[in-house]
Design a protein around this ligand. Structure first.
Ligand SMILES: [Zn+2]
Length: 168
């Protein structure tokens, strides 16, 4: 079984300090605020800034967070509306190559993030009410509240990566 969440990253996360005890509602509020948080973080930057230890530039991290939110929001809608609960793993690095993350303009990436965060908040709020549970190929059962916390952590963790890039 694939380790995920607090058991993989530590509680709080050893790297970004994310506290996994937040409520599902707090996780939704946090993700709703992600476009504004990222907007402040990258204000006045180009997006192609790099860190020697990281394969992705600033704009690429924004695109990853966007695609992660879209992917999980879509899965929860599918499970809630059709009872197709089984979901596979997905490889974010393959997606990064397919979409050419490092070539995406920062302004475009931030625009996509706004739409993704709004759609995600709608999907996750409905899934929380519904009690939707996904069956993940590598992780086993993933409740809507697990998805909410995992996705909130992903956004906070990569904001931390972006800060590392911009301060190096
Ligand atoms: Zn973290």
């Amino acid at each position: 079984m694939e380790l995920w969440g607090a058991r993989f990253y530590g509680d709080p996360c050893r790297e970004c300090g994310f506290d996994w005890s937040l409520s599902p509602g707090d996780a939704v509020a946090l993700v709703r605020d992600v476009p504004a948080r990222y907007g402040r973080l990258v204000e006045g930057r180009r997006g192609d800034e790099r860190h020697p230890d990281l394969a992705w530039n600033v704009a690429a991290y924004v695109s990853h967070v966007t695609d992660n939110l879209r992917n999980w929001a879509e899965r929860l809608v599918g499970a809630r509306l059709t009872d197709v609960r089984a979901v596979p793993g997905y490889d974010p690095d393959l997606l990064a190559r397919a979409r050419g993350y490092n070539e995406i303009s920062l302004a475009g990436a931030l625009w996509s993030l706004r739409g993704a965060a709004e759609a995600w908040a709608e999907s996750v709020s409905l899934a929380l009410e519904d009690g939707t549970v996904l069956e993940h190929a590598g992780r086993g059962p993933q409740r809507a509240e697990d998805v909410a916390r995992n996705n909130a952590h992903d956004a906070v963790h990569h904001a931390w990566d972006i800060q590392r890039i911009l301060s190096c």
